[in-house]
Design a protein around this ligand. Structure first.
Ligand code: S3P
Length: 425
């Protein structure tokens, strides 16, 4: 259990960890390449370590230095293993790796922790089976342990991703690197473009078409080249500190440049709409944000603004501190994350003393008007890193927090509590 105390004042500059999404993909694309790649700024979270461990078991050489990671992709390509491939808590690892393994001849077994084993894998099993791989799991929603039987040559498909999901899009694109003909993935709601952009940067045969109606990505069989990857900072981690800065009554927090993909920074627009005092500057290095103490007012938030819904739990804390009733619309996907974050966000706001309610996939939170009016928080975060960090922020700006399950923060942000405490002035 972790006890978090309120802070009198917060001040400082922070570089949050390397983007988790880009880190998984930099490892994967380097392992698929023939030769040696250098990875800079990689996330040190356990999720990314899980991906690295699996790629090593498949024949890539991964060496962790103090600042740089080097990855040597085997010239003959990744090879099958009968070892259990442990994805830990990481949905990104299991879904992206399914796409990779679909193109590696042999039978592979992917396992995960209790949280991951409760998450549906049918969303990747379906398109990968259409491409000629065989993906089996437990029950109708295809839960882990997952058996992926890969084939050296898959068939290209045209696939419209039925739920906005960068992980599903990416699994199909990665399998498409080993497919005959063309593989086309369409999305009507644009999700983070990390995979297609990085495939392009690595010289794979990819086209990206943006239009009014969404995005279309086309990939043909090709092999990524080895290269030097520079991983930007993770906006979904910065979001905790942006909300911390705006909710706290005496705070100035500067965040060093982070990934600027529009699909990743929707939370900044939501907070600005709520009256947050943010200085947002964009440069070649990414988006830099300064967050200052603000009075927030309620707003209406659609999942389309935040396609992965990763920042919803921390925006629920922002709504809990705002004046008025905030509405969160079309938030069904929250139920399928590391924990049921739909229920978790409501539980968190209610534990802070807010009135809350829900109907179907929508929910609302009646803000306390001032985080000083939060109740002292006691929450079990389960196996969900974002629920830990959201609770900690609520505790620092409010009346403290007692958090069970805090160690799960290491899946994405091992130094979170040190960084948080470093801002206490
Ligand atoms: C991710 C995609 C998102 C997000 C996750 C990382 C990725 O999941 O929630 O934290 O790296 O592709 P979905 O694809 O389920 O939206």
């Amino acid at each position: 259990m972790r006890v978090v105390t309120p802070a009198a004042r917060l001040e400082g500059t922070l570089r949050v960890p390397g983007d988790k999404s880009a880190s998984h993909r930099a490892l994967i694309l380097s392992a698929l390449a023939n030769g040696s790649s250098v990875l800079e700024g990689l996330s040190e979270g356990e999720d990314v370590r899980s991906s690295a461990g699996i790629l090593s078991a498949l024949g890539a050489r991964v060496e962790w230095g103090s600042d740089l990671v080097t990855v040597e992709g085997p010239s003959e390509g990744l090879r099958a293993t009968t070892l259990d491939l442990d994805c830990g808590n990481s949905g990104t690892t299991m879904r992206l790796m399914s796409g990779v393994l679909a193109g590696v001849e042999g039978r592979h077994r992917l396992v995960g922790d209790a949280s991951l084993s409760a998450r549906p894998m049918d969303r990747v099993a379906r398109p990968l089976s259409l491409m000629g791989a065989f993906v089996e799991g437990v029950g109708e929603r295809v839960h882990a342990p997952l058996l992926v039987t890969g084939r050296a040559s898959l068939e290209g498909i045209e696939y419209e991703v039925p739920v906005p999901s960068a992980q599903v899009k990416s699994a199909v694109l990665l399998a498409g690197l080993h497919a005959s003909g063309v593989t086309v993935v369409r999305e009507t709601v644009r999700t983070r473009p990390t995979t297609e952009r990085m495939l392009l940067a690595a010289g794979a045969d990819v086209d990206i078409d943006e239009s009014e109606s969404g995005r279309r990505v086309v990939v043909r069989a090709s092999r990524p080249h080895p290269r030097h990857w520079r991983v930007p900072a993770d906006p979904s981690q910065a979001a905790f500190f942006v909300v911390l800065g705006v909710l706290h009554p005496d705070a100035v927090i500067h965040l060093e440049p982070m990934d600027d993909a529009p699909e990743r920074i929707g939370f900044l627009h939501v907070l600005e709409r709520m009256g947050a005092q943010l200085e947002v500057t964009t440069s070649e290095e990414g988006v830099r944000v300064t967050a200052r103490s603000s009075h927030l007012r309620a707003t209406e938030i659609s999942s389309r603004e935040i396609p992965s819904v990763d920042e919803v739990p921390i925006l629920a804390v922002a709504a809990a501190g705002a004046t008025g009733r905030s509405y969160f619309r079309e938030m069904g996907e929250l139920r399928l994350k590391e924990s049921d974050r739909f229920a978790g966000s409501l539980r968190l706001a209610a534990a802070l003393g807010c009135e809350v309610g829900s109907e179907g996939d929508d929910f609302w939170i009646e803000g306390r008007g001032d985080p000083q009016r939060f109740a002292p928080l006691a929450l079990d975060a389960g196996l969900d890193h974002r629920m830990v960090m959201s609770s900690a922020v609520a505790g620092v700006v409010g009346q403290g927090a007692r958090i069970e399950g805090e160690s799960t923060v290491s899946s994405s942000y091992p130094h979170f509590f040190e960084d948080l405490d470093g801002l206490r002035a």
